[in-house]
Design a protein around this ligand. Structure first.
Ligand SMILES: O=C(O)C1=C[C@@H](OP(=O)(O)O)[C@@H](O)[C@H](O)C1
Ligand SMILES: C=C(OP(=O)(O)O)C(=O)O
Length: 463
């Protein structure tokens, strides 16, 4: 494709992202609806979508992707990969085509890499660029610019990359990749798939073996997909820790990828159906990778009726249709060991807990304080405003549920604050369905980062 056309497409994608993320706040009151019924499909998995674009751009030849999540976060990754030389187009059928440049052959981006709200794009791309002979400036929105980047800067600096950051190791920052980079052994100090993936991706263009030790297992989409693209990657369990080794200077083979539905997006509909009387909803094609699916077990422990139908494999990932029926929930003590396998689902679990009978206690959730917002504080404040009984501790929330009684909801002029966090907005939307006055959400615009069709699907399921 000629350079001028590539630049025009890039400008277009950039415009889509800039327009939606800088739009004026878009408040909305979510109110009680009829039962959620029928069959719906949620959009593609965000984690798998990011990785498809990155690895497709690093393969030699054409990767084709169906079911890609077309949310702002993933589009930011597409723009970034294009700015480094990959040819990325969306066909009218909805299939995405990626012509990769090959590991080691990324081009110097001529503009800053604008990451919007997306931590995954930022941290994984820092890994990709860290072992290439290019430099890049990363920028993001107000939420992303507050998030800690030291956790990836530390291992990537050990590999030879150089950083100039804003105070506190945050964005905007400049990264100068190291070429050749040095292979390292790195024990991930926080349970983070983004940190693990950043080091593995840097290892792709580093001679020799890069070893990542994961004391606590996190989502393994990077390992699965790197292997799928032909990288030499091994995983061993040694003394209860996962040891992942990748051989560098890899040649990646292009793939055909079908992205399954995002379990983190399905979670809002699972909880909404459990809480709404008369609901009997099927959510089709939901990814159920065990490193992502712990919410379902927790909700079942609380008494939720969730069946897995038609279990199958899609693109190397386990998938099923979920049938969810309205259920009376009971509060439980949530085992902190499940946290990494449902890390993004806690905000909506807190909503389920607020409607359950009895008390739900959670702990070990310090990581929630450094997501798009401080999710412990944001959810404690928002649920309290909607009339729930919540106690906030350093590493978790204790919630005394209403026993199935609707929450009072928020007063006419009182909106809950989403802090540029899509998951707070959608969780409080679900709370609105179970509140007498409904819940006024101050800004629904952030929902477009991960689930642009959320409101339309909610209306469809409740119609
Ligand atoms: O690797 C990924 O795709 C993600 C990892 C998680 O972040 P951490 O690695 O910071 O826990 C998760 O919260 C995020 O939504 C997506
Ligand atoms: C934490 C999230 O995403 P990211 O870190 O990519 O911004 C999320 O989607 O809940």
């Amino acid at each position: 494709m000629p350079l001028s056309k590539r630049r025009a497409i890039r400008r277009n994608l950039c415009r889509i992202i800039t327009i939606s993320s800088s739009a004026a706040p878009s408040p909305h009151r979510f109110t009680m609806s009829g039962p959620l019924t029928g069959a719906i499909r949620v959009p593609g998995d965000k984690s798998i979508s990011h990785r498809s674009l990155m690895l497709g751009a690093l393969a030699v030849g054409e990767t084709r992707v169906t079911g890609l999540l077309e949310g702002e976060d993933v589009l930011a990754t597409a723009v970034a990969m294009r700015s480094m030389g990959a040819e990325i187009t969306r066909e009218d059928s909805g299939t995405w085509s990626i012509h990769g440049v090959g590991v080691g052959s990324l081009l110097q981006p001529d503009v800053a890499i604008e990451m919007g709200n997306s931590g995954t794009s930022t941290r994984l791309l820092m890994g990709v660029i860290a072992s290439h002979a290019i430099s890049a400036v990363f920028t993001g929105d107000a939420s992303l610019s507050r998030r800690p980047m030291g956790r990836v800067i530390e291992p990537l600096s050990m590999m030879g990359a150089q950083f100039e950051t804003s105070p506190g190791g945050t964005l905007p920052l400049r990264l100068q990749g190291a070429c050749p980079a040095v292979p390292i052994e790195y024990r991930v100090p926080v349970a983070s798939a983004q940190v693990k993936s950043a080091v593995l991706l840097a290892g792709l263009n580093t001679a020799g073996i890069t070893r990542v030790i994961e004391p606590v297992m996190t989502r393994d989409h990077s390992e699965r997909m790197l292997r799928g693209f032909g990288a030499e990657l091994t995983v061993e369990e040694v003394n209860g820790e996962r040891v992942i080794e990748i051989r560098g200077e890899a040649t990646l083979q292009p793939q055909t990828i079908e992205v399954p539905g995002d379990p983190s997006s399905a979670a809002f509909f699972v909880v909404a159906a459990l809480l709404t009387e008369g609901s009997d909803l099927v959510i089709e094609n939901v990814g159920l990778n065990p490193t992502r699916a712990a919410l379902l077990g927790v909700l079942r422990q609380m008494g939720g009726s969730i069946e897995e139908l038609n279990r199958r494999n899609v693109g190397g990932e386990p998938v099923a249709d979920l049938r969810v029926r309205h259920s009376a929930l009971t509060g439980i003590e949530v085992d902190p060991a499940v946290a990494p396998s449902m890390i993004d689902e806690f905000p909506v679990l807190f909503v389920a807990a607020a409607l359950a009978k009895g008390t739900t206690r959670t702990s070990g959730l310090d990581e929630l304080r450094v997501k798009e917002s401080d999710r412990l504080s944001a959810m404690a404040t928002a649920l309290t405003l909607a009339g729930a009984q919540v106690e906030e501790a350093e590493d978790g929330l204790t919630i005394h549920g209403s026993g199935g009684e609707p929450l009072p909801g928020t007063a006419e002029d009182a909106a809950v604050t989403t802090h540029l966090d899509h998951r707070i907005a959608m969780s409080m939307a679900v709370a609105g369905l179970a509140s007498r006055k409904g819940v006024l959400v101050d800004d629904t615009a952030p929902i477009a980062t991960s689930f642009p069709t959320f409101r339309a699907l909610l209306e469809e399921a409740a119609a």
